[in-house]
Design a protein around this ligand. Sequence first.
Ligand code: SF4
Length: 382
Amino acid sequence: MKYLDEYRDAAVCERLLGKIRARASRRWTLMEVCGGQTHGLLRWGIDDELAGIVELIHGPGCPVCVTPLESIDHAIELARRDDVVLTSFGDMLRVPGSAGSLQDARGVGAGVRIVYSPVDAVQLAARCPDKHIVFFAVGFETTTPATALAVRQADELGLTNFSLLVSHVRVQPAMELLAADEHCGVQGFLAAGHVCTVIGYEEFHAFARRFQLPVVVTGFEPVDLLAGILACVEQLESGRYTVDNQYSRSVRSVGNRDAIRLVDDVFEVCDRPWRGFGNVERGGLALRPQWRAFDAAVRFPRASLPVVEPPECRSGDVLAGRIKPPQCAAFGRSCTPDSPLGAPMVSSEGACAAYYRYANRRTSLDVTAGDDGVSNDVRAAT
Ligand code: SF4
């Protein structure tokens, strides 16, 4: 398959692994920011291949996982109203709130529908004028353009029965918190390729300078991931800290200007609570005042009920890279994908789900060392 197979090419992966091993004079600790990258690293066994050379810490880039419990509880509260249908991406349905999930609420009659884009929710609102359609808007900068477009469409259609429960987040402020934490041992970041496709990477230059940490814009296939790790190691070995783009087939430094303009028209930067991080300054987006008619939190304020986190779930520590999922006592025991205690076990980008899924059946970069000690074979094994 063009544009995919070449980024899974065994020989290329092999060469990149060899270069990383040859270049690293010591063990380096890197953080891949995005949950999609975490799944790629584990699926392809890259973390194992680089054991002792590069320690990979999994970052907070799973939008479902960082959505605070308050927002999930609010979504459930809205879905229980007779006059509301709550629409959401499928992953959000199974994330536990303080007392059950959206899926549980749907099982006892709440109005919950899965949609594949916020524009689907707008169309539903146009078809169902007797119901108020709320779209639960979660996600990083990758998904905000589609949400902004939905608001503009709803406005053009004159819909008064459509609104957003906004929980959009911005990735760089969370990276700043991690980089500023003296206990965080991260020495370089693999930035999320899809986020940078939208926002570009110019703002990361100031970040790299301020924290003296390399940032490499990285994709999701094994060749992308290994090229990103190699570029990061190259910088660290030569004492540089700047921004590299290893995902140039998708990312330009200025990003997607049309998408940025669209988002800026509808949203403004705000402080937002993140699961695992608490309040993140400038860490979210809120509807601008002129679009507040589409704000479900204004139309239907949340009842001030207490938020109840499951005590055994350490998702906050997982999301902040303080522990890896198997270090949670509940992992694989009381918490599994069939019976998740926290969002990282539910989401298709969650680190706990990645460890559970790929623990025993990785599609590994299975390397056999040649005579010269350099690994010479990459084969897929399930
Ligand atoms: S394994 Fe389950 S309980 Fe533990 S941190 Fe992950 S989601 Fe929470």
